[in-house]
Design a protein around this ligand. Sequence first.
Ligand code: ADP
Ligand code: MG
Length: 224
Amino acid sequence: EKEAFMRQSEQLSTITQMSAGIAHEIKNPLTALKGFMQLGAANPELRDSYNALLLSEVNRIESIVNDFMMLAKPASSKQLEPVNIKQMIDYVLELYQSLIAEKAIKVHTSINCGEFTLESDPNRFKQILINIIKNAIEAVELKGTVCIDVFCDYSEAKIVVKDNGKGLSEERLKRLGEPFFTTKKDGTGLGIMVTRKMVDDLGGTIKYSSEEGKGTCVTIAFPM
Ligand code: ADP
Ligand code: MG
């Protein structure tokens, strides 16, 4: 009973901290929105020039809310279905094709799944791939490389996403998954935390290895 109480108060404190963090992250773009709207109201001729700024602040709020909503989904709502891993990866690459083209990134994909089919929750699975592949694409320089290798056997499906981007120091590697830990100007620092939760919901594992200046390798594995 005491243990349950401890667990509950720990959960409550995590929720409190998370809510405070989210509120704080959303407050900045909201303040900016309010300011630009007030300026626009006073100076109608300038409204058009504020539009792009308004939109970028709204986009910022949207990405924070999107990332966060993935956390709120109860684990029990997962719908297991056969998932075509190759199709999912193609979909995600399609999503980021303009960024990939802009940075002239080379993407190598190799799928070694034979006749094995993974049963998973397609929504979570897709979101996991999106978060990991997006980070890899963002980490590489111009003309960088991202390799996606998939191996399946009777026991597991393993997906390895490797990039030759800027990598992470040991200190930063330890902080991965900490809410709001980001090194990006437009980052939310929620992606990895949400990814970990979803991988966990699906009974899988996730591992990061990285070397500063060399690149990062993310391995996720799901039971078959
Ligand atoms: P965000 O992408 O919004 O910053 P994430 O939770 O997805 O939030 O990632 C947190 C941080 O982890 C990133 O800001 C970055 O510093 C680091 N990171 C994640 N993936 C990689 C990667 N493939 N290579 C280098 N750094 C990474
Ligand atoms: Mg990210």
